[in-house]
Design a binder for this molecule. Structure first.
Ligand code: UD1
Length: 418
């Protein structure tokens, strides 16, 4: 497995372009199971998780090919196996996204319970309860979800907790159900809106995506479509923090600034200058950051997927900040590693108290999950001396060529194998 070697202390400067969103590409690819016709997806990032879902779809008989840079053609003429086996699912929780489409298309599905980032128990009870309310019979057998429903029927559902993939799974399942489904307390994330846009292009009848109530009127069949994946707001946010933590000056192109507003608002509070234009933002930071308290929340709140990265910035702030993780339990695994780099952070339950230090020191560190690994890279870009980030397979799951992008901005970062 590779590792990253970083020599910190250089301000990042220049222009960088954001890739397509992992969390939009995964459900969009799963949506191919809803139609025998061809889907063409543009702006698909080249990532570990995208390769995993492609393998998983291939196992089910989906034909896929690259038809241009970042453009993938997917066709599911007939579903050969209504099954997602453990080996293909264990590294990626989002594999559960095939459950709704499989059940809607085939009337049955056998899907391994998911793995993914080690950030708390992350159950899928809400996905299952929703499908049951739509008439599915569900059993859990030997670590697999066994679901059956000759045809799902529309229902009125209210999610107990906001769940992104839960909303997406049920929205996809409902497109081919009989009657109308109303999803209350739905996730409003831009990736949910992007999926709804794709499903509508395929002929689905969906209203309200992006609000907490989504209404889906089932149709008999969906068609093929061409769709461009929305830019990755977590990558854009990560690059914005990279500019701030190195006291740099970076133009981040090809993003949707409105999707990153919760992050840019906090960066401004911390003293950064953020100039927003259509499709891009320029982030500059001249001084040591001011401390800022942050609490994660579903969209449009501060994304939990940016919590680890902003903590790296707060680790060098001029004062004390409190970062509260409300979405996931156990999403603080980056803290012991940041502490190894000289950060002063203590955890009490869901709160991390960060007492800023003037600078971090390079150290060998271990990435434990996707966003934790991004946080360690950011810390390494700031730290004096050499940082070695191990476990970067996590980073490769969700960031496309991050080190190449950081290099192009003047960051001293390289990958070494072994
Ligand atoms: C998605 C994102 C992930 C992001 C997360 C929260 C994808 C592929 N992944 O993950 O990057 O960090 O949203 O923004 O889009 N929950 C339950 N029961 C369920 C489902 C969820 O209790 O059936 C809980 C979870 O444990 C968690 C919270 O709800 O505490 C939110 O999880 P959810 O939104 O479902 O996360 P994912 O969709 O897995």
């Amino acid at each position: 497995m590779g590792r990253l070697v970083i020599h910190g202390g250089r301000p990042l400067r220049g222009i960088v372009t954001v890739s397509g969103a992992k969390n939009a590409a995964l459900p969009a690819m799963a949506a191919v199971l809803l139609t025998p016709q061809e889907l063409i997806l543009e702006n698909v990032p080249s990532l570990g998780d995208v390769a995993t879902i492609r393998r998983l779809l291939g196992f089910m008989g989906v034909e896929s090919s690259d038809v241009g840079p970042g453009t993938v053609s997917l066709t599911s003429r007939a579903v050969e196996r209504c099954e997602a086996p453990y080996d293909l699912v264990r590294t990626m929780r989002a594999a559960v996204l095939v459950l709704g489409p499989l059940l809607a298309r085939c009337g049955e599905a056998r899907v391994s319970l998911p793995g993914g980032c080690a950030i708390g128990p992350r159950p899928i009870n809400l996905h299952l309860a929703g499908l049951q309310q739509m008439g599915a019979e569900i059993d859990l057998v030997d670590g697999y979800v066994m679901a059956k429903a000759p045809r799902l029927s529309g229902a009125r559902l209210a999610f107990e907790t906001v769940t992104v993939t839960g909303t997406e799974n049920l929205m996809m399942a409902a497109t081919l159900a009989t009657g109308t489904t109303i999803l209350e307390n739905s996730a409003c994330e831009p990736e949910v809106v992007d999926l709804a846009r794709l499903l509508k292009a395929m002929g689905a009848r969906i209203e309200g995506a992006g609000t907490s109530t989504i209404t889906i009127e089932g149709v008999e069949a969906l068609t093929g479509a061409r769709h461009r994946i929305v830019p990755d707001r977590v990558e854009a946010g990560t690059l914005a923090v990279a500019a701030a933590i190195t006291r740099g000056d970076v133009v981040i192109q090809g993003c949707v600034p409105h999707h990153v507003e919760a992050v840019t608002a906090k960066l401004r509070e911390a003293g950064a200058s953020v100039a927003v234009e259509a499709g891009q933002m320029r982030v500059r930071m001249a001084a040591r950051p001011r401390p800022v308290d942050i609490s994660t929340a579903p969209f449009p709140g501060f994304a939990t997927d940016m919590q680890a990265q902003i903590m790296a910035l707060m680790a060098i702030a001029d004062g004390r900040s409190v970062i509260t993780e409300t979405v996931f339990e156990n999403r603080f695994m980056h803290i012991p590693e940041l502490v190894r780099m000289g950060a002063d952070i203590t955890v009490a339950g869901r709160e991390a108290v960060v007492q800023g230090v003037p600078f971090l020191r390079g150290a060998p560190v271990m990435a434990t999950d996707l966003r934790a690994s991004a946080s360690l890279v950011l810390a390494g870009l700031q730290a004096g001396g050499e940082t070695l980030v191990d476990g970067i397979s996590h980073l490769d799951r969700g960031y496309e060529r991050l080190e190449a992008k950081l290099q192009s901005l003047g960051g001293e970062i390289r990958r070494v194998e072994g």
